[in-house]
Design a protein around this ligand. Structure first.
Ligand code: 5GP
Length: 219
């Protein structure tokens, strides 16, 4: 066996373990566009493809947007301990694969989870070195405008979405950071700063951040 082919323990240990970045956002916060822009800006970042029991929407691809599974398979995965977190959201089940996240992080990739606040809570408890970010829309008026721009929805559906979004926003203080998605480039800059560790100005505990979130909630 050639001694040169085997990496030394030092070389093996030199590969940095990737950071786990958890994003949560109410619908209408512009999360999908933000995630796409962030992945385009940071080519080493990897998106964790969740498992879900909800049916695919037009344009979604199995294994790319989500891994679509039936409830029996999902429950089997829960019992086998295959999820780093899982939750029921709007009547469907969603979960993050432990194996997928672990192999990406071990390979040195930062990993992006786009999950709801219940999942973020579980990750915070189980992965102490994660960074959790809540994405806020700039105002309630803008949130409503974005929800209304999906022109096919009835007034009743829009009101239900708005009230669900405000319920989600109520959890902002559980997160490490808050990013306001008013201007896309600035919001992406914020997420890059959080990944780089240079982001104290976005911490949930800063008075400006807290004031902004409270204003949105009318508190
Ligand atoms: P959608 O079905 O519209 O793609 O997502 C609905 C909600 O489920 C969103 O709030 C999204 O963040 C959340 N979600 C997507 N994947 C996961 C996951 O793996 N775990 C959890 N807890 N939530 C998820």
């Amino acid at each position: 066996m050639s001694l040169q082919s085997a990496p030394s323990p030092l070389e093996q240990g030199a590969r940095r373990r990737g950071t786990l970045l958890v994003l949560s956002a109410p619908s209408g916060a512009g999360k999908t566009t933000l995630v796409k822009a962030l992945l385009a800006r940071d080519p080493t970042l990897r998106f964790s493809i969740s498992y879900t029991t909800r049916p695919p929407r037009p344009g979604e691809t199995d294994g790319k947007d989500y891994c679509f599974v039936d409830r029996a398979r999902f429950q089997q995965m829960v019992r086998a301990g295959e999820f780093l977190e899982h939750a029921e959201v709007f009547g469907n089940f969603y979960g993050t694969s432990s194996a997928q996240v672990e192999s990406l992080r071990a390979g040195g990739h930062d990993v992006l989870l786009e999950i709801d606040w219940q999942g973020a809570r579980q990750i915070r408890a189980n992965v102490p070195d994660c960074r959790t970010v809540f994405i806020l829309p700039p105002s309630v008026a803008e949130l409503e405008r974005r929800l209304r721009s999906r022109a096919t929805d009835s007034e009743e559906v829009i009101h239900r979405r708005l009230s669900q979004a405000l319920d989600d926003i109520a959890h902002w203080a559980e997160f490490d950071f808050v990013v306001v998605n008013a201007e896309l480039t600035e919001a992406v800059d914020g997420l890059i700063a959080i990944l780089g560790g240079d982001s104290a100005y976005l911490a949930t505990t800063t008075p400006a951040t807290a004031a902004r979130a409270r204003a949105l909630l009318g508190q």
